[in-house]
Design a protein around this ligand. Structure first.
Ligand code: AMP
Ligand code: ZN
Ligand code: FE
Ligand code: FE
Length: 272
């Protein structure tokens, strides 16, 4: 037996293209048992998701994804007290650092002859800015055809518009989520170059690994389940839905074995 859930989704409060209500309505159509909205560095989309979920009977909870300074190490948070003032203050600070980074990216692109206005880039989000909004602005200008092309040509290390992340360290992200009463999972573990970091992070309070992910093959799932077991981590799962036109817009939902779902729900029930 399995449970269909999505513990990793984005709305236009960060770099998704859908409203929170649209994400909820897709969760309803996909008949999910559980949905988490995990926007980057913001929880501001959650009230809209919650209102929409009340209408249509979807179980939606508030999560978060914090992109860290360490390349593609992204930390997902579950069970957080999402109105916690300390949490909100730190997230707001992370968003300000993102604005600084985007301004530097725009300076680099302008120097190469690709001038974009900050307001045009910022118009893509309700709250958290990121490289995908630069990608969308390049697309609107006809310079690239997709977010993927923008990342490949301009926005990844070694490319003309790349600027290092100004996010917190993984350790800080884990501590922040724990301080807000929640627990953490490492998103899309494929993108973390040094897998030995999982063990180090487990020692300081990491509790999960995103074993079930849209790009994982059955053998990836076996491999990551093994790693999770070795380090005493819960398995989590999600699609990283970013909405239509994002290139990450396949249907919502991954199937979790009943016991994996049960262990996650048991941990979630202890939060508060
Ligand atoms: P940032 O938070 O500004 O560093 O941007 C990272 C975000 O960009 C990730 O969370 C993804 O949503 C998205 N992203 C990363 N790589 C790609 C890619 N190759 N194509 C499309 N989106 C990407
Ligand atoms: Zn994203
Ligand atoms: Fe991510
Ligand atoms: Fe994500």
């Amino acid at each position: 037996m399995t449970k269909k859930v999505d513990l990793h989704t984005h709305s236009r409060y960060s770099d998704g293209t859908s409203s929170p209500a649209d994400v909820v309505s897709r969760a309803k159509s996909a008949q999910l048992d559980l949905l988490f909205l995990t926007d980057h560095d913001t929880v501001a989309g959650f009230p809209e998701a919650e209102a929409a979920a009340k209408e249509c009977g979807v179980d939606v909870r508030c999560g978060i994804e914090i992109n860290t300074v360490e390349g593609s190490a992204h930390i997902l948070g579950y069970g957080i007290r999402w109105k916690d003032p300390g949490l909100l203050e730190r997230l707001s600070e992370f968003r300000e650092r993102r604005v600084k980074r985007i301004r530097l990216i725009l300076e680099k692109l302008a120097a190469k002859g690709f001038a974009l206005s900050f307001d045009d880039v910022a118009s893509g989000t309700r709250e958290t800015l990121g490289r995908p909004h630069v990608a969308d602005a390049l697309k609107r200008k006809g310079i690239v055809k997709s977010r993927q092309e923008a990342f490949d040509r301009f926005l990844t290390p070694g490319k003309p518009g790349y600027v290092d992340s100004m996010g917190p360290t993984p350790e800080e992200a884990i501590q922040l989520i724990r301080d807000a009463g929640g627990f953490c999972s490492v998103a899309h573990p494929d993108t973390v170059a040094h897998k030995e970091r999982f063990e180090e992070w487990a020692a300081i309070g990491l509790e999960g690994l995103e074993v079930y992910y849209n790009t994982h093959s059955p053998s990836d799932i076996v491999r990551y389940s093994g790693l999770a077991e070795r380090f005493g981590l819960l398995a989590t799962g999600g699609t990283d839905f970013h909405g239509p036109g994002s290139g990450r817009d396949k249907g919502l939902g991954v199937n979790l074995p009943e016991e994996v779902y049960g262990a996650f729900m048991e941990r979630l029930a202890k939060c508060g």
